[in-house]
Ligand binder design. Structure first.
Ligand code: AMP
Ligand code: MG
Length: 344
């Protein structure tokens, strides 16, 4: 299949909307990462997403809408007062909410669960496409399963060329991490995947929030996660990643020592370090994570892809505190490392 890449002109959006209505797949930019879109109400179109990504069938997809009025038909209840306050505060934006699923929603979208996840994105191209298609759009990240999420059209092309007919190129994504996923079927909103809308921001609007314990640790043997996506080793670079946590001077010393050992053993090591710490690694090969959590969120997936392109087979990364946006960054980095975190 030939994969066309188009700037998101009115014509291109019309073409994309026609493909969506015809049951085909289109990759498009959102403020979080690029999405791989299909008509969320068409089970065959939804099945095409799972096939193109090679995504396990038990990992549900998020339905994207362009107006709050499109929510009610997808869910099996009236949204409660807390959900309404969260919509007012964070939609459009990087927040996904989980509700009981209406019959209208195909079972394969939700991987057979009786719930459905919905988000109203803020990116103008995403909203224009959903409006033009006239249907909610199912859209997971437009990477092949197991690869870092794509934050540019070039990343999407790398993973999806020959598998989908069209990519809308809207430039780099602003947030760079996938949406915050919150289960609204619990008494207190429960964060299943941290993202740009932080636990602290949600608690302020909702009067409380909980973070699912599986966010910052590997699953236990036989554990059934509330968010099926947590079962899988997402965001993986090809090299083996170790996160080193502790006092910055100790971290730099430990990473330098491991780097030198890896080099002596014939490996191609790479260090991921915060701007202010780069000098501590002397002439060793290091890439900048940025200066703070927001820059890390923006760069992390591109960095993991770059590490692959540089042929790094062993990676060492510094850590940040798992609070605020730092929780989302450490969740992604932790999963990329299969939670191999060394405390020094
Ligand atoms: P992605 O589509 O790649 O952004 O991933 C979507 C994430 O949301 C995955 O981790 C899913 O497990 C999670 N998710 C989507 N729908 C549901 C749902 N109904 N219940 C629990 N988790 C969900
Ligand atoms: Mg994904």
């Amino acid at each position: 299949m030939f994969t066309e890449v188009l700037m998101p002109s009115d014509d291109a959006i019309r073409e994309a909307a026609a493909l969506i209505r015809a049951g085909q797949l289109v990759a498009f930019p959102t403020e979080t990462v690029y999405g791989l879109g299909a008509n969320a109400l068409d089970p065959e179109a939804v099945a095409r997403i799972f096939a193109a990504k090679n995504r396990p069938g038990d990992n549900p997809l998020i339905a994207h809408i362009s107006d709050v009025s499109q929510l009610r038909p997808l869910i099996d209840c009236e949204p409660g007062p807390v959900a309404r306050r969260m919509m007012d505060a964070f939609w459009p934006g990087p927040l996904t909410m989980i509700f009981p699923r209406a019959k209208l929603v195909p079972a394969n979208l939700s991987a057979g669960l009786d719930t459905v996840s919905v988000r109203l994105p803020s990116h103008p191209v995403a909203r224009a496409l959903i409006s033009a298609a006239g249907v909610p759009i199912a859209a997971p990240s437009a990477n092949r399963s197991g690869r870092p999420s794509p934050t540019s059209a070039a990343h999407v092309f790398e993973d999806m060329k020959g598998r989908i007919p069209l990519i809308l190129d809207g430039g780099d994504c602003a947030v760079g991490l996938e949406s915050t996923v919150v289960d609204m079927t619990c008494d207190v909103p429960r964060i299943l995947r941290p993202g740009g809308i932080t636990a602290e921001m949600i608690a302020e609007v909702a009067g409380g929030s909980e973070v699912d314990p599986a966010v910052m640790r590997p699953l236990q043997e036989g554990e059934q996660p509330r968010s099926p996506g947590m079962k899988y080793r997402h965001y993986a670079p090809r090299g083996e990643l170790t996160i080193v946590e502790g006092d910055p001077a100790n971290v730099a010393e430990a990473i330098s020592e491991m780097y030198d050992c890896a080099l002596a053993d014939g490996h191609h090591p790479l260090i991921l370090a915060l701007d202010g710490h780069l000098a501590a690694y002397g002439g060793r090969r290091a890439e900048s994570l940025g200066g703070d959590e927001a820059e890390m969120a923006h760069r992390i997936f591109a960095l993991l892809r770059d590490a692959d392109a540089l042929g790094a087979d062993v990676l060492f990364s510094e850590a940040v505190e798992a609070r605020g946006l730092g929780l989302a960054v450490m969740n992604r980095l932790g999963r990329a490392a299969a939670f191999h975190i060394l405390k020094v």
